[in-house]
Design a protein around this ligand. Structure first.
Ligand SMILES: [Zn+2]
Ligand SMILES: [Zn+2]
Length: 156
């Protein structure tokens, strides 16, 4: 599939690597060469979606989710062009895990109140108990699997 995509989108660089990701700075997609599983092929299509949409920056977590949704929509178009389909359930699972992860980051570690992200991208503060905390930067494409082992909130 990678060869097909390379031929279709010569402007995008595809580099083999450990996992699937899209790097806007270098305009390159890293992909896992073991694409024997449907999920891996779908991940590759999804990254290609980000690339074609030129996804680069987002100002908050909600914008990031919107971009994830858009990338999946684009991935479905690309899939149709090469005669394959992406399971809708898989897309929903990915997006749900993503939302879960973002939700958990926004819960105050001191009092459990749901808060909103402050203007600075990676910091939250609680309006209830006035605690502040930092989280690791959000990134594109947290895969379904990677999400599970990730700690949702990293307190500094
Ligand atoms: Zn609190
Ligand atoms: Zn993504």
């Amino acid at each position: 599939m990678v060869d097909q995509l390379k031929a279709m989108f010569p402007a995008v660089t595809f580099i083999p690597g450990e996992m699937f990701s899209w790097s806007p700075d270098e305009h390159k997609i890293t992909y896992n060469q073991d694409d024997s599983q449907c999920k891996d092929q779908w991940a590759l299509l999804h990254e290609t979606g980000h690339a074609l949409l030129n996804h680069a920056s987002y100002s908050n977590d909600y914008e990031l989710i919107e971009m994830e949704v858009a990338a999946w929509e684009k991935a479905k178009e690309i899939a149709a062009k090469i005669g394959t389909t992406i399971e809708e359930g898989h897309i929903q699972d990915c997006l749900d895990s993503y939302r879960d992860w973002l939700y958990k980051r926004s819960i105050c570690p001191s009092c459990g109140t749901k808060t909103i992200q402050s203007d600075q991208c990676n910091s939250y503060s609680c309006f209830n108990c006035h605690s502040g905390w930092q989280v690791s930067p959000s990134r594109f494409c947290r895969s379904y699997r990677a999400l599970k082992k990730d700690s949702p909130v990293q307190i500094i």
